[in-house]
Design a protein around this ligand. Structure first.
Ligand code: ASP
Length: 346
């Protein structure tokens, strides 16, 4: 016992947890205890207790695995906060699911690494230490209910609703284009910059009810297809979804529309027909910025699509719109309830 506050650490794999393979490439391998041992400075901040949940590249993570992680976090009783490490590739998605389903009782921070442990200036150790600092900080303790789950990366703290992985390889890949970071780390301090707007979270809580992870897991998968508006698309994927009475197994669709929420006129009739059977949501293809409501007329415009009954995702990124729609469908929320939640998304 170090006398330091206890932090619970879950390791899921990713570049931060890789080790050299015989081929010379990197492979998954390090567990939570290896990672704790590799950062001796952690002991100056907290008594970090680790558990290895998975050793996978993050493109293999799933909604179910993330909900199981949420259950584990809910069961943590004797720690001041929780840190999770995983791959960067899906960090914006897992962190958003956790932010949707956790009750913000305990500080939770996700982190990762862009440079593997063999490279000069590997960032994993610093990111892990920063994450532990963040969840142990007085700022997080005091404001956790208003902040929710966070992503800590390269000495910045981000809100999952806004953060995106913006580049394949740059070390400063994580950004929140619309809002910027919530806090920055300097010396040994977490310096607050802003508190996130959380109207969307209150709407999600009202729709999903308290501690939803176990119920959402029991409900089983409700897959949501993600279609991206692209110039001169034939709409072949829409045809396939419409032709199959089970819609290829999808329970909903997110259509990443251009600009303020537009779809090419040629596709509109098919999108609207599909929306009669399963919910089709429009999200911003730009990845950030509120969708329009009342500027352009015409069938494929935001006015036309809203009039035709499509639900707009506010300013939520298509990847996160897809995940939130799946959570709402798992919870059995009807279209009016889905519309209420997304109306609170900006
Ligand atoms: N390149 C990834 C990473 O940053 C691999 C992954 O997401 O697992 O960890």
């Amino acid at each position: 016992m170090s006398g330091k506050p206890r932090v619970q650490y879950f390791a899921l794999g990713g570049t931060i947890a890789t080790m050299p393979a015989e081929s010379g490439a990197m492979k998954q391998g390090l567990g939570a205890d290896d990672l704790i041992r590799s950062v001796p400075a952690l002991a100056d901040v907290a008594d970090v207790q680790g558990e290895t949940v998975a050793r996978v590249g993050s493109s293999n993570l799933t909604v179910d695995l993330t909900l199981q992680l949420a259950q584990r976090i809910e069961a943590v009783s004797d720690a001041v906060g929780v840190v999770i490490s995983q791959g960067t590739d899906t960090l914006e998605e897992t962190s958003f699911i956790l932010d949707c389903v956790l009750d913000a009782r305990l500080p939770v921070s996700l982190t990762a690494a862009m440079r593997n442990p063999r490279l000069t200036s590997a960032d994993g150790a610093g990111n892990l230490l920063a994450s532990v600092r963040v969840v142990s900080s007085p700022w997080m303790r005091e404001h956790v209910g208003a902040i929710g789950t966070v992503v800590t990366f390269l000495d910045h703290v981000f809100a999952p609703f806004d953060v995106v992985k913006s580049e394949t390889s740059r070390i400063d890949t994580f950004r929140s284009p619309a809002t910027g970071p919530l806090a920055t780390l300097v010396e040994e301090r977490v310096v607050p910059l802003s508190l996130p707007v959380r109207d969307w979270k209150r709407a999600v809580d009202a729709a999903l009810g308290p501690k939803p992870a176990t119920r959402l897991l029991a409900a089983g998968r409700k897959p949501v297809a993600l279609l991206w508006a692209a110039m001169d698309d034939t709409g072949g994927l829409l045809d396939a979804l419409l032709a199959d009475p089970r819609h290829l197994g999808y329970a909903g669709v997110v259509f990443a529309g251009t600009g303020g929420g537009h779809i090419a006129q040629d596709l509109v009739e098919r999108v609207v027909t599909l929306n009669r059977s399963i919910p089709v949501l429009v999200a911003p293809r730009t990845g950030a910025g509120p969708l329009l409501a009342s500027t352009y007329e015409g069938a494929g415009s935001e006015i036309g699509l809203r009039k035709a009954g499509l639900i707009f995702s506010g300013r939520l990124h298509p990847l996160k719109t897809r995940l939130l729609l799946e959570l709402l469908l798992r919870a059995g929320v009807d279209r009016a309830g889905i519309a209420r939640v997304f109306a609170a998304c900006g």
